[in-house]
Design a protein around this ligand. Structure first.
Ligand code: FAD
Length: 289
């Protein structure tokens, strides 16, 4: 794998928009606590089909206007119209947003109209056409192959097409096997894809939740890891300690072998991300710890 270390080993966070006032208060505290790590940005997920549009916008506005951190909205295009995306882009321009995570999303059950965009590549092309180079565009990547891709090669081909529409960088789905990332980077390089591909990192804190999410998004939890986590049963403290050690080692291996940074799925919690980042030894002059 060619090292991607020509890029600084930055560090970013992802959160989801809270549904309740209590959740919002908790998230504000999490953002406050994690800002000591000086992340490059905090991204905010967006429900496919626009299902969390208002809450995403509320959270993005709060981060952008009330903290010293850069907010990065996710934007899914499935079920959307060009007019609705155009309107949202205008709001983000006015808010001073610099970066967007451009995604397709999955059709929510019950939604019949796929809208005017078929794939994330169409959204990337549309944002470039509408706003030029105003936004840094991040897209999603899948080291273990997206569940709907016919095979690995098709996945890479579609990823290249999406990148060629004007993406600047990519964030991966989470994975627990570092080799899947290294082989993916090799395949991308062979296909002529040249952009930073930042590993998405999922801290391990809850066995049932992890298995549920992983089934939904097609991330593999290796059998040995599943067995190990299952054996902790009700002992959540031991599960978390083991999860922290395992994910920290994974992150260290990724950084040592050229990953251009890390993107943490914070799950709106402080401690799991904080503990991992503190235990890492990496080349990031911005960390204030
Ligand atoms: P695409 O890049 O469009 O790919 C989707 C599938 O279509 C792939 O299998 C691809 O191989 C295939 N494909 C692409 N082009 C073609 C073509 N021309 N012909 C045939 N097949 C093609 N979901 C949300 O709802 N909200 C979020 O905020 C969110 N954030 C995410 C953040 C990250 C970092 C990641 C990795 C995922 C996120 N997701 C989110 C999940 C994502 O929306 C789903 O994985 C979705 O199924 C695919 O989105 P995509 O942008 O990767 O789609």
């Amino acid at each position: 794998m060619k090292s991607q270390q020509q890029y600084p080993q930055g560090f970013s966070l992802e959160c989801f928009p809270p549904r309740t006032a209590e959740g919002s208060e908790k998230l504000n505290q999490v953002i406050d606590d994690l800002s000591v790590l000086n992340p490059e940005y905090i991204s905010v997920t967006y429900g496919a089909g626009g299902t969390t549009q208002e809450k995403t916008l509320e959270t993005v506005t709060h981060i952008q206007q009330s903290t010293r951190l850069d907010a990065v909205p996710h934007l899914t295009c499935i079920g959307a119209t060009k007019d609705s995306i155009r309107a949202l882009l205008k709001i983000y321009q006015d808010l001073g947003i610099k970066r967007i995570v451009a995604l397709r999303g999955d059709m929510p059950s019950g939604m019949m109209d796929p809208g005017e965009f078929k794939y994330a590549a169409d959204l990337v092309a549309f944002i470039r056409q509408e706003t030029g180079n105003q936004f840094i565009l991040e897209v999603a990547a899948y080291p273990e192959t997206h569940p709907q891709a016919r095979n690995c090669d098709q996945g890479i081909k579609h990823f290249k097409h999406k990148v060629d529409q004007g993406a600047d960088a990519a964030i991966t789905q989470y994975f627990f096997n570092a080799d899947s990332y290294f082989y993916f980077i090799d395949s991308c390089e062979k296909a002529g894809i040249d952009l930073p591909i930042v590993p998405g990192i999922m801290p391990i804190t809850n066995y049932e939740q992890l298995i549920r999410f992983s089934l939904m998004c097609g991330a593999e939890v290796p059998r040995w890891l599943k067995c190990r986590l299952e054996s902790f049963d009700e002992d959540t403290a031991s599960l978390r300690a083991f999860g922290q050690e395992y994910v920290t080692r994974l992150c260290q291996r990724l950084l040592d072998n050229g990953a251009p940074g890390l993107h943490f799925y914070s799950m709106n919690k402080t401690q799991p991300t904080l503990d991992i980042v503190r235990d890492l030894n990496w080349r990031n002059d911005n960390l204030q710890m």
